[in-house]
Ligand binder design. Structure first.
Ligand code: TYD
Length: 229
């Protein structure tokens, strides 16, 4: 007996835009509907990938070349796909992943100005062209998001290894990251849905669930159509 391939959903956006909260809420909602859900994140998601993540995010990692940074992102991703994502999809599961290749295109391609082409080429070569069935792009303002991410990390000073090296980047860097995310959404509207993240968590989760239902579960019914806003 063959099982239908599962669904691969990624959530993208700036640091501090509320992605992780929304990913957890979506997982809870899908599980309630009887789906078998795996949640994971990048960089990381495997024992090897988490070691790479520690190097990438630790603010003590000094002098990392942007190309080396890009290569490490893809090293962690290739392992993640082989060990977690593909096997789960083959077993018919829903895989919800906090960041994927769009983050490399936005941060390394846009933020670090390496360009989209090398990122897309690496994706084809190292990820076998695996594409999410749906990507939720949580769009928010640069200043508010980055400030929130910094506050969050300052509240957890004990988690040295998880301190985010990217959060010390300039405003211009994050404007390029956001611009690249939006350009990806414009290029691939069939895959990427843009959600306004400058709102309270509740309306954002309702909208995300509505998009997942409509695009992946073949249901036209959205929470808003059900009368609640
Ligand atoms: P994380 O602490 O997970 O931040 P967030 O909660 O905002 O996702 O750190 C992940 C950081 O890694 C984030 O700043 C974005 C960056 N990143 C890249 O630069 N390229 C990538 O390909 C990925 C997956 C993440």
């Amino acid at each position: 007996m063959t099982t239908a391939r599962g669904k691969f959903i990624t959530i993208e956006g700036l640091d501090g835009c509320g992605k992780s909260t929304q990913l957890e809420r979506l997982a809870v909602a899908l599980r309630k509907q009887g789906m078998n859900v795996v949640t994971t994140r990048e960089p990381g998601g495997t024992a090897i990938g988490e070691k790479v993540r520690a190097v990438l995010l630790d603010s003590r990692t000094a002098g990392l070349d942007p190309w080396a940074e890009l290569a490490l992102m893809f090293a962690a991703r290739a392992q993640h796909i082989a060990e977690v994502i593909r096997p789960a999809l083959e077993r018919g599961k829903f895989v919800l992943c906090d960041r994927f290749t769009d983050s490399s295109e936005a941060y390394q391609g846009g933020g670090r100005q390496l360009g989209s082409e090398p990122v897309l080429t690496l994706h084809r070569t190292l990820c076998g062209g695996l594409q999410p069935d749906l990507t939720i792009l949580m769009d928010s303002d640069v200043a508010a998001s980055v400030e929130r991410a910094r506050r969050r990390n300052q509240q957890n000073p004990g988690q040295q290894h998880d301190e985010n090296r990217f959060e010390s980047e300039s405003r211009a860097f994050f404007e390029r990251v956001r611009g690249t995310f939006l350009a990806i959404a414009e290029r691939e509207p069939q895959r990427v849905a843009v959600v306004n993240a400058r709102r309270q968590p509740d309306p954002v989760s309702e909208e995300i669930l509505g998009i997942v239902r409509e695009r992946l579960l073949g249901s036209k019914e959205t929470p808003a159509a059900g009368g609640r806003r």
